[in-house]
Design a protein around this ligand. Structure first.
Ligand SMILES: *Cc1c(COP(=O)(O)O)cnc(C)c1O
Length: 446
């Protein structure tokens, strides 16, 4: 007889059973520590995140030149924090406590790239551009006028370099859009999940799209090897990149200002729950760490993953991080949430976030489709399934009776990570997958 397949060392039997059953549940992280205990030992510091925010500020005038839609905001890429009262009422009918408040962070509508990758992906490209520009003498230093990088001499330098990336779709799109705007050659290695419209858009921008039949990890390793063989190819390594992570973390750092503008206080007595869709972990990890450092222990972070690709949950719960794959549990990794369809987490995010993240919950494809439909119907928001995974968080977290939330009114933020660029037909196809009886049909509320 074949040996029993998939037993994961370090993973408790109850969690393993729930993962294998593909049921939706919240895993509560027993390793979560108060910030004061861990702050000084974290491998990523407040100063690192400030440095990323400063870099984005240096590049803002250039971005306003490259993308006219950014001119009104002076080249700053940000999104609103929206109250979602109709959707909150729906969650309250499903058991969310009456005193809780629900907001949505509209990164699905981030300008230029239409997803959270406009934070991490853009920052990673700007890191490469800045290094090359300083080395080539195109910039005298960080105080120089970065708008010069839109001119001929800089473009000629960038054109001799290739940006390479592995992607399930959105990361490639963000690297392609900004990389091509700066004049780089761009090669995107797409995994099987990637949607046709994202590939077409990239090709129309002049990027090279290489299609891989396998999963995300496989597409990345081909790209990584290719890049290692060339001095002028810069591989943006989603599974390993601190530059990506720091770009996302800036969103956490900026969160207090967004909260203050809405009159939302965050304290341990009035806790904030962030619900963050998770693929390899860079986006939710960066946002969670930035928010915890900016807001303190009143800010709780929960990651959302598909039941078919719970890679971060598996890595954290087993302590084995990227050494374990969802395939080891017999899970396919195939989900309609293309942005979250990864079988292994990042090599460093799980280890870094182990004392910071409060929990990870899993969501079925059917529930994601239902949430896409409900947020469209209730709030007129166009989200992709990956982004809508966050919507299951408030009720799952409340059902778990966490001591940190007991007897307190909480503020929930659903982090909407992508969707505004979805073509009409793709969006309609998602709505059509919402289970019958869900109020997904009809016109949105507005
Ligand atoms: C990339 C992405 C995520 C998750 O980001 P990771 O860094 O892979 O964890 C979530 N939602 C959408 C829409 C994405 O494109």
């Amino acid at each position: 007889m074949a040996p029993e397949r998939g037993f994961v060392p370090g993973l408790d039997a109850a969690t393993e059973a729930r993962l294998r059953q593909e049921s939706s549940f919240l895993w509560v992280n027993p390793g979560r520590r108060p910030l004061a205990e861990v702050r000084d030992a974290l491998a990523v510091t407040w100063a690192d995140i400030i440095a990323a925010a400063d870099r984005l500020a240096r590049f803002a005038p250039l971005l306003a030149v490259l993308f006219p839609e950014l001119a009104p905001a002076g080249g700053v890429i940000g999104s609103e924090l929206l109250p979602v009262s109709q959707f909150a009422a729906r969650l309250k009918r499903q058991g969310l406590p009456a005193g809780d408040a629900v907001y949505l962070k509209a990164d699905h509508a981030l300008p230029v790239a239409g997803s959270v990758k406009a934070r991490g992906g853009f920052h990673a490209v700007l890191c490469v551009a800045e290094r090359l520009a300083l080395a080539a003498g195109l910039l005298a230093g960080p105080g120089d006028d970065y708008r010069r990088l839109a001119e001929g001499p800089a473009r000629a330098v960038f054109a001799r370099h290739t940006l390479s990336v592995g992607s399930t779709g959105n990361l490639g799109l963000s690297i392609g859009i900004l990389g091509r705007a700066l004049g780089f050659d761009v090669t995107v290695h797409m995994s099987a999940e990637a949607k046709a419209w994202k590939k077409e858009k990239l090709r129309s921008l002049g990027a090279t799209v290489v299609e891989h039949p396998g999963d995300y990890t496989a597409a990345c390793s081909v790209a990584r090897e290719e890049a290692a063989a060339s001095a002028t190819t810069h591989f943006i390594d989603d599974e390993n990149s601190l530059d990506l992570f720091l770009g996302y973390a800036v969103a956490g750092l900026r969160l207090p200002a967004r909260l203050a503008a809405q009159g939302i206080a965050v304290t341990p007595e009035r806790p904030l729950c962030l619900h963050l869709p998770c693929g390899v972990g860079g986006a939710p990890g960066g946002i969670a760490l930035g928010a915890r450092l900016a807001l303190g222990d009143g800010a709780l972070a929960f990651f959302a993953e598909p039941t078919k690709a719970p890679s971060m949950l598996l890595g954290l719960a087993s302590g084995r991080h990227d050494a374990v794959s969802v395939a080891d549990l017999g899970l396919s990794g195939r989900t309609m949430a293309d942005g979250l369809a990864v079988s292994r987490p990042s090599r460093f995010v799980g280890r870094l976030l182990a004392p910071v993240v409060d929990g990870v919950f899993t969501v079925t494809d059917a529930a994601m489709a239902a949430s896409v439909a409900a947020l469209w119907r209730d709030e007129g928001l166009r989200l992709e399934p990956s982004a809508a995974a966050s919507a299951a968080g408030p009720t799952l977290v409340r059902a778990a009776d966490l001591p940190r939330l007991a007897g307190r009114d909480a503020t929930h933020i659903l982090w909407a990570t992508g969707g505004s660029m979805l073509p009409e037909a793709d969006f309609a196809a998602v709505l059509a997958q919402a289970p019958a009886g869900q109020e997904g049909d009809g016109e949105p509320a507005g």
